[in-house]
Write a new protein. Sequence first.
Length: 362
Amino acid sequence: MNEEELRDGLAEAGLSEYQVKAYVTLLELGSAAATDLAEKADVPRSRIYDILRDLEDEGYVETYEQDSLRARAQDPTEIFEELQARADVLSDTAEEIRERWQKTGVGGHRISVLKRVETVLERAELAIRDAENQVQLSIRPGQFDRLKPALRSAVENDVFVTVSFNTSPEQPSSPPTDDEMRDVVTEARHRDLPAPFLVLVDREVTCYAPHMRSVGQFGVVFEDTTLTYVFHWYFQAALWESWPVVYTTRDDGLPAEYVDIRECIRDIAPLLADGATIAASVRGKDAGRKRTHDLRGRVTDVLYANPDGDESATPSLSSLAGQATLVLETDEGEYGIGGWGAILEDIEAERVIIESVRFDDA
């Protein structure tokens, strides 16, 4: 750094023009009488005493009497630490400005491209703590430890937490134990192949980062229902459906609660085909997503693509990729209940509770 850069830096640190001149000159001289310093630094003699007093208050110099008032530069250690702290603050500020600038508005939605995976984890943690209904995760066991407090808080708030633990054959590791997942996870599966970091929250937020084998490390956060829906199907098809369950809080008893209507239809379609009478309650929003509805009644039918025509068979995931409708008969009338992104139905369900299943000949 040359002298001009030094002067510019001191000015950025808050020193006035005369203070910069006096301090840089004093660094060169080591010590000097106040009057001599004023002359050599080209500052007014009438100002030199005030300048030295202010520099002393800031820790740059110290003054002492020796026939006349003299000054010498202070040990720069404290100054260095203060300037370094300011630099860190400015660096953090610049990074935050960059990240905020990178948030691109798309039709009222936000997309953030982040260069640090750590920032994606931080955003995921915040989103999980704000969750109200459902959290889906694809994470490594080590990332689970980081997110565990947030996940515990979500479960305490009656949020469904489903986790796909991904590991690598080259660096094998085990999913957390049942004790580690208790009160933190609703259901977990294990995929023994590398997978991206992925967190989906309440059908609205996606936090994504490539798996560790990827050449470039980056992250993306979508606050967009359409893009989150696309990632939801990726999660279901690639990270969830075909992998073994390693932990679940579910049992075969009733009532049975669902956050995914397609999972509900898979369970009750064979029962309806066998003539069961099924009582259910539904919480969801109308087609305009403006009003919340709580309905209770009897499930009379389920509608989905059934190419084989075998109503007694459990529907496949692919058969539910299109229409997946539960028909609920209530005292107020009949309602079509759809799942995430419902457009054909009256209600987009957030929770479905199967309260009872009865067979007339039982």
